[in-house]
Design a protein around this ligand. Structure first.
Ligand code: RIB
Length: 302
């Protein structure tokens, strides 16, 4: 089985359920406040592990983040090499409205203070054919990519959130680019998903592009293949972490040699389950739940 190394963020998510997103000059009392484990990195590692993949996590926490490391380990992620600092862990302030939409304020904390020496130590046990998973919530992304490419690793990047640093980045070493349509528009200047994929492929012909489009589903494009998959309709409670669930399940399936069309279906089902529960990491389903969900869909279809 191929090994995954996810070099990514671990956050404490402070989640506020609100009637509407707070406006400039307004003070708003939330319906409720809860603290959840999160961070795109942590969420994607948990999705990979719950889907059945073997995954190691590299990242950094402060003393307030020990429970995040414990959760990763309990979820089956190899978390032994996560770095520690005396500073604060990353945290997010997340408002969730009654439609299940969110807006997120992110303070990178320890995620953005990863020392260069730690990069090489983390990559050392991995080599050709192993898959490095990245998001844009840790520092030194270009350096991590450069060193992983030298080792012959396949690289999957979820360029989220979009920052100025990303515009200047060279994605030549990236095999899998998994992004949403807003990120696609920011990176290509195009407004139609097919045009975004075309623009990315023109620049990076080897790339395998997975473009999620919210309620319009997902588009996959590479030099040979093109696929689409619609969403599974479920009551939406909280969309936080749905993209991370998709990314983990999709990568686990395709790197595990499943056909792209099947991987899209599995990942869409996993993220449909995730949006029907509150929280990010805690809403990620197990592979058994995903199988059950898909077989129920089949039965309902007759
Ligand atoms: O993708 C969802 C995640 O984005 C949240 O868990 C939050 O921590 C932010 O990183």
């Amino acid at each position: 089985m191929k090994k995954f190394l996810n070099f990514g963020s671990l956050n404490i998510d402070n989640v506020y359920s609100v009637d509407h997103f707070v406006q400039a000059g307004e003070t708003l009392a939330p319906f409720s406040f809860e603290m959840f484990p999160g961070g795109k990195g942590l969420n994607q590692s948990i999705a990979l592990a719950r889907s059945g993949a073997e995954v190691w996590h590299a990242g950094r926490v402060g003393p307030d983040g020990e429970w995040l490391v414990k959760l990763l380990a309990e979820s089956g992620v190899h978390a032994e090499e996560i770095d520690r600092t005396g500073k604060r862990s990353g945290h997010a302030v997340i408002q969730v409205n009654p439609q299940g939409q969110n807006c997120i304020l992110l303070d990178g904390g320890a995620n953005m203070q990863i020392p260069e020496s730690y990069i090489e130590t983390s990559l050392a046990p991995f080599g050709r054919g192993d898959c490095l998973v990245l998001q844009n919530e840790v520092n030194s992304l270009p350096e991590i990519i450069r060193r992983a490419a030298q080792r012959g690793m396949d690289i999957a990047l979820n360029p989220s959130p979009i920052t100025d640093e990303l515009y200047a980045m060279d994605f030549s070493a990236v095999t899998w680019l998994i992004l949403n349509d807003l990120e696609g528009e920011a990176l290509t200047g195009e407004q139609q998903p097919q045009e975004m994929a075309r623009a990315l492929l023109a620049r990076y012909p080897h790339m395998r592009i997975v473009l999620t489009m919210g309620s319009a589903g997902v588009l996959y494009r590479d030099a040979q293949e093109s696929h689409t998959h619609g969403i599974f309709h479920v009551p939406v409670v909280d969309t936080t972490g749905a993209g991370d669930t998709f990314t983990g399940y999709f990568l686990s399936a395709v790197v595990g040699q499943r056909p792209v069309a099947e991987a899209l279906r599995i990942a869409s089902a996993a993220s449909a389950i995730a949006v029907s529960h509150k929280g990010a990491a805690v809403s990620i389903p197990t592979s058994e739940e995903v199988k059950r969900f898909l077989s129920t869909c089949e039965e309902n279809r007759g």
